[in-house]
Design a protein around this ligand. Structure first.
Ligand code: DX5
Ligand code: ZN
Length: 222
């Protein structure tokens, strides 16, 4: 069983104190940092670009998991790799030439991920299940943190796990959106092994470290 990964999403961090937020993640033993890139087109919101990835790279040693919620992500892959991304995820809905995009990411020395929205069936990524290093199953419609978890996505994770097992693939299954102490165990049971959380980490009433620790406890428990 591969190590279960907790990846705090900085979308809910205090950007006036981003370095402190990253330091808190690192000292609480978070595994990766998830960075949500939004263009106001593929999703309604606009967030951050390579500049912030580069700043995070200087502020933390943790791997940077960059989630591109943008149209034509191919145009920006190189900039994010150069900025220090270790994982780059593109959306299947935004990428008609998905093999080319994944190969491009891998050729730059990064792990390549493909994401699917809650409304997109698993069949849409079937052709690249054997090529991607990680499959990101969105459990909310992307665009904002703090949204309500969509329960039907649990079955989707199970379906992806089954297909990866049939291929004897070691690709990771990442879940993103509404992940908290209630929903994480369900996604873990379904076969996910990377858990992204923004609100449950950075808006935890007792602080970032407490947020991470409460999710880590769920990762450890059976
Ligand atoms: C949603 C982003 C998520 C978001 C998760 O569009 O892709 O990574 O930050 O936020 P929470 O954990 O608050 O649902
Ligand atoms: Zn994300």
């Amino acid at each position: 069983m591969p190590k279960l990964i907790l990846a705090p999403s900085i979308l809910s961090a205090d950007f006036t104190r981003l370095g402190e937020g990253l330091a808190a993640c690192e000292s609480a033993n978070a595994d990766w940092i998830h960075i949500d890139v939004m263009d106001g087109r593929f999703v309604p919101n606009i967030s951050m670009g390579p500049f912030i990835v580069e700043a995070c790279k200087r502020a933390t040693k943790l791997p940077l998991d960059v989630h591109l919620m943008i149209e034509k992500p191919e145009r920006h892959i190189e900039a994010f790799a150069k900025a220090g991304a270790s994982h780059i995820i593109v959306h299947i809905e935004a990428c008609p030439h998905i093999h080319r995009a994944l190969q491009h990411i891998q050729s730059l020395g990064c792990k390549a991920g493909v994401a699917l929205n809650p409304g997109t069936p698993v069949g849409a990524i079937e052709a690249v299940l054997g090529d991607a290093d990680q499959i990101l199953v969105m459990s909310v419609n992307p665009g904002y943190s703090g949204q309500k978890f969509i329960p039907s996505t649990v079955a989707k994770v199970k379906e992806v796990r089954k297909k990866l097992d049939a291929l004897k693939s070691s690709a990771r299954i990442e879940v993103d959106g509404g992940i908290d102490v209630e929903t994480l165990p369900k996604m873990k049971k379904a076969g996910a092994d990377v858990f992204v959380a923004a609100t449950a980490v950075f808006k935890h009433p007792k602080g970032t470290k407490a947020g991470i620790q409460s999710l880590q406890a769920k990762l450890r428990s059976t």
